[in-house]
Write a protein that binds this ligand. Sequence first.
Ligand SMILES: [Zn+2]
Ligand SMILES: [Zn+2]
Length: 324
Amino acid sequence: MIPVNKSTDRREVVDSPADGFFAQEFLSDECRLLDRYELQKELVETLEQTKNHRHLVPRVAACHHTFRHWRCDQNHDWAEAEHSCSVRVCPHDSRRRSLILAGRMEKFLFGMTGLRYVVFAERNTLDLREGVRLLWESWTSLRRSVRWKKYVRGCIVAMEVTYNREEGTWHPHLNVLMEGEYFPFEELNQAWIAATEGRGQTSFIRAADVGTVRELIKYVTKISDLMGKPEALDEFLSAVFRRRLVRTYGTFYGLPVDDEENPGIVCPDCQSRTVVRLGYVPSYQISLDEKGILRADRPPWVTDSELREATQFNFYECSRQPAA
Ligand SMILES: [Zn+2]
Ligand SMILES: [Zn+2]
């Protein structure tokens, strides 16, 4: 648990969601696994109606349909999908991405104090690409400001986009976890307004804890908002194509995020990257544990012989994963 820094600023929310909230969230994960497959079907149907992203249909349709058993050098076992589509809005991939990034961040942030969570937003926009461009431009200008440099030693920023289905407008914003000196809210707000040339609004600032980490990288967009809206889906996928949506600065630079679009295979229990790929896992041998990790429940005599065979060669070091 990351210590929560108390503050006298009345705008800060020092009460953090209780651990029980997250435990409960993971308990209902079993049901949500089915929801993800429903959502995947809707995504495929919406992609079929798009103008520019129809080519993604076979990839998304095949995503998370076959699984492999993996083991790390510390003997942890889990299951991974054999084919991941790595499309930003795929419900399976977004969840995998946020689990892996949250695991890394929790390890990195352990023992760190004085963390603050801030949301930087601009006005809603009809043109997402332009809105995203302006937002990052303002962000760069904020980071270069004297006030920012005075208070902030490091941060991680994740872009999130919400879509208003009724109005057809986009709301791109930046979720930021920062570390440093206490930054008074009014001063931060003024700095953001200046950086955005008046378009900006800071939604809130509050003390941060482990729960905040999950909130920060939970999803790039709420996938269900784009279902049945092929034009909006087209616009979203084009606007985020090959864009780095998670970035680190200063003291957070050692936290690897470059692979955030499609993180490599890493042990979900100990973060080891020395992992070995075992056999295929039929769906009846797959279960979700209380941490939300897919487990392969396979008979040991099958696993043992596969492991003997696999380790005749070396453990497979995943090359896509940057050094932790
Ligand atoms: Zn996928
Ligand atoms: Zn492990």
